[in-house]
Ligand binder design. Sequence first.
Ligand code: UD1
Ligand code: CA
Length: 489
Amino acid sequence: MAVPETRPTAVIVLAAGAGTRMKSRTPKIMHSIGGRSMIGHALAAASGLEPQHLVAVVRHQRDKVADHIGSLGTGAVIADQDEIPGTGRAVECGLAALTGPGAATLTGTIVVTYGDVPLLTTEMLAELVGTHEADGNSVTVLTAVLDDAAGYGRIVRAEDGSVTGIVEHKDATEEQRGIREINSGIYAFDAEVLTRALTQVTTDNAQGEKYLTDVLALARSEGGRVAAVVTEDRWQVEGANDRVQLQALGAELNRRTVEAAMRAGTTVVDPATTWIDATVTLEEDTTVLPGTQLHGTTHIGRDAVVGPDTTLTDVVVGEGASVTRTHGVGARIGDGATVGPFTYLRPGTDLGPEGKIGAFYETKNVTIGRGSKLSHLGYAGDATIGEHTNIGCGNITANYDGENKHRTVIGSHVRTSSNTVFVAPVEVGDGAYTGAGAVVRKDVPAGALALSVAPQRNADGWVERKRPGSAAAQAAQQAGRTEPNTDSE
Ligand code: UD1
Ligand code: CA
């Protein structure tokens, strides 16, 4: 990753705005795309620069936002914006949180970004800071040229092409509104110039706000170099104001994530139906089949095949494993193991290498040893299963007595027959067997066969006596007549 030679003094992320167009009780910047909130993306990109200080300026739904930022673990300092509105005031409040009242002014580079611009990358910020420092600028602003620039601040340039300032849409003349180069709101500033200029910024404008954008003209008027880095990647400077824009950004982020995965060695058969969070990791030679969603901390090991129609959240898939039509949360799937189709892995499922959890199985909080198989139709919860054990069709761990959960412990090389019920707490020793339909209420010693079903008794002729004339009775009669096979021929 291209990190500039010097670490920026601070990155200040502005996140005090209300975001009313989301029509949501959740603060705008806490809405998610690609597995992270918008502010989460913004802080991740900022952290990549390894700034000495990371600051988030908050105000709207302050406590909720501050708690969320704290939970992201980036170490960002929370700065509260006061009642004076505007991006300039927001930055002033961010700076004040770093210096404290009356302390020495900051030096070095201060980067300003927004909490609602989720596709911005560390690489883009690094390019901005790199240019800013290499050219000895006072201010460097990230800009883009748009077909429709309405609403944005416009970049005003002199005849020689140098940047003279930014004019907000609402304050712009008709002629200025024709400018298509826009202010992204992302900048690198010389800390001393920024601090000094902000004291001179007023709220004397169409919106009555303290504009950060005024700093550019002020820096130039005191003789500083003001420049722009123009990006062609408009997605990286795009913000989300409503859920339509959020969806568009989410789709583009996913397109980028899926493309990056393919370039890094993952076969993705259908990018259009594949959703991969920015936080997911995949090794080389993995295959993702259509209709698959990979979320959170999910990791896919080398040569593994996932999908089709599979959703995994915080699931670790081992090398060479295959996971088909599965819904999994908080599970581990060992190397060479197979899961699915139609399988529900709940948190705490830990399937050993070469193991199997098959069709129509639900598992929760269960550790399954190497080579053990739970192939068809069952529930395994709160259990430990040893190695090379075969759990028969339709087995159930009855782990809940109505009040408490209990564990089932099954050893290695065990063979359980169809429809065994383990009434927990119960233990089954190594090499033991169970009979079909066994209800295992008592521990089974190693090597024993557990039988709990009463011996079978056949009431001969019952159908013909109790259901005379029925199709079953006729079939039985037919069977009886043909059995000796003597009266024909
Ligand atoms: C601002 C820029 C404009 C630029 C546009 C890019 C100013 C004066 N204008 O427009 O030139 O084209 O961004 O999107 O800077 N915020 C605060 N505190 C405030 C006001 C805003 O923290 O008092 C935050 C918001 O949460 C948001 C960001 O700053 O993350 C931008 O605010 P917004 O109102 O969307 O931008 P504009 O002021 O319209
Ligand atoms: Ca505004």
